[in-house]
Design a protein around this ligand. Sequence first.
Ligand code: UDP
Length: 245
Amino acid sequence: MPDNSTTSNVPYHRVLLKVSGEALMGDQAFGIDPGMISQVADDIKAAVEAGVSVGLVVGGGNIFRGVSLAAGGADRVSADHMGMLATVMNAIALRMGLEAAGLNAVVMSAIETPEIAESYSQRRALEHLDAGRVVIFAGGTGNPFFTTDTAAALRAAEIRADVLMKATQVDGIYDADPEKHASAKRFDRITHSDVLARGLRVMDTAAVALTQENDIPIIVFSIHEKGQFSEILRGGGRFTLVSND
Ligand code: UDP
């Protein structure tokens, strides 16, 4: 079993990368852009080749969001079940992309889909990661009323990730939406408690609180800049760091 701590030439031994469904859409209005899948796969490959152990939590907003259907009067629990299934679809697409890039990858789902994915187990996930496989966590937390951001914080704690990396549409956290407010101020660093106190909408409150309690830093960076993920893991890149100090 390879011990990445001895082979890694980067400061992180294990990372949890959150890829939102929106990130997988590319320029499309809906669904999965194969070009984005291969971009994400190439970024992860560079990280794995640098000795980093990578877990992925994938969203589903490019296909379905439970809250949108519930807003129209549908039962929220059933709608969220549909959302969780959307994350399984994205996870399968990412597994294919990672395999095409030459990596070993497994999908572990929080909702039972035995013909499609392994059922999530923390111990089995750690075995896969220790064996150098990329583990894609699908199905969010497996519970309605949660988001895949919270699933990312939960899995990061469970796999003992050194950092939660959140790939977003912009290059960090701003005090207002930079796409709407030209004067929005970007943070290089900010604390978890400041993110919560200022109500910054980078991740949902539950996710930020869980990472705060478990002292897991969050790095927010742009999915649109190719190679950023591995660049940041090498100690460079452009991002906002959220930490307890
Ligand atoms: N979801 C859920 N429980 C979870 C995670 C996700 O019910 O623990 C459902 C929910 O309906 C959500 C959808 O799955 O809208 C897609 O997840 P999310 O909105 O977090 O995806 P992203 O915004 O990252 O693409």
